[in-house]
Design a protein around this ligand. Sequence first.
Ligand code: NDP
Length: 286
Amino acid sequence: MSAHIVDGKELAGIVRQELKSHVESLIQRGIKPGLAVIIVGDDPASSIYVRNKAKACSDIGIYSEVHRFQKDASQDEILQCIHSLNENAHIHGILVQLPLPKHIDNNRVISAIAITKDVDAFHFYNVGALVTGNSVFSPCTPAGVMVMLQRNNIAIEGRHAVVVGRSNIVGKPMAFLLLEQGATVTICTSKTRNLSQFTSNADILVVATGKPRMITADMVKPDAVVIDVGINRLPDGKLCGDVDFESVKAVAGYITPVPGGVGPMTITMLLSNTILAAERAESAER
Ligand code: NDP
């Protein structure tokens, strides 16, 4: 039997409609959620991401503005911009598009963002809040995966979740979100010996390595839930994930496609975090 395909594009559409009505009710109360995006340099992929974020905001009524800096901009210029956005009452979320040029210290920049406006949840405070089970904002990609699991009624508690990849933006926060929901979690990395011994034991397998189609059918437990976070551009220009979709879909119970799986949920969660930040700002004013 073939796996159930978890359609991230369709789910993102549904969630964005729900978010749109949150925005409408905030606007009726005199608050228009606002997101500021900072981009440094002219990386074409980053420019596309920023454009997509701005469009997703305007589609549901969120105000957004983009602050562009030349690739040789100084760290102080960027910090100054963040300080002024921290003080700007019309801006509820601040996002710095990564990667930054090498002369800029990522940690300095991210930790300058007010924790209440840190909609990417990369600030050390928000990372600590996530790890201790007190998070307000969750990083967008793993948060999107959690929504995909929940909306498909996939049980998490008591199940063995294996996360392949340990990056700060996907693998680690993913593992903590699953742990928080009662999964028994294993994290695998490039140093893991005999990877398939772990992956083939997973009830829920989340893969975020950036290695095209590295997870094959023989590495997956029958009926497992397979979430493919990877987005890889092949030499022919097509996109593929870190999971070999065609072979694995014959074994898995659920599988996300690439494109059209986790990707559309990531921006959706950015919108959700921005609205949450606006709602929290509203209650802080009361
Ligand atoms: P990173 O390169 O930061 O991390 C990759 C992780 O995978 C590392 O921890 C690395 O281990 C691990 N890894 C690499 N090769 C192997 C291997 N053979 N076996 C086991 N583990 C391995 O990538 P990101 O986490 O930022 O992104 C991962 C993928 O997800 C990329 O394709 C990226 O484009 C995509 N992505 C998709 C998003 C979406 O919205 N869908 C959002 C963000 C990312 P080690 O630490 O030991 O080197």
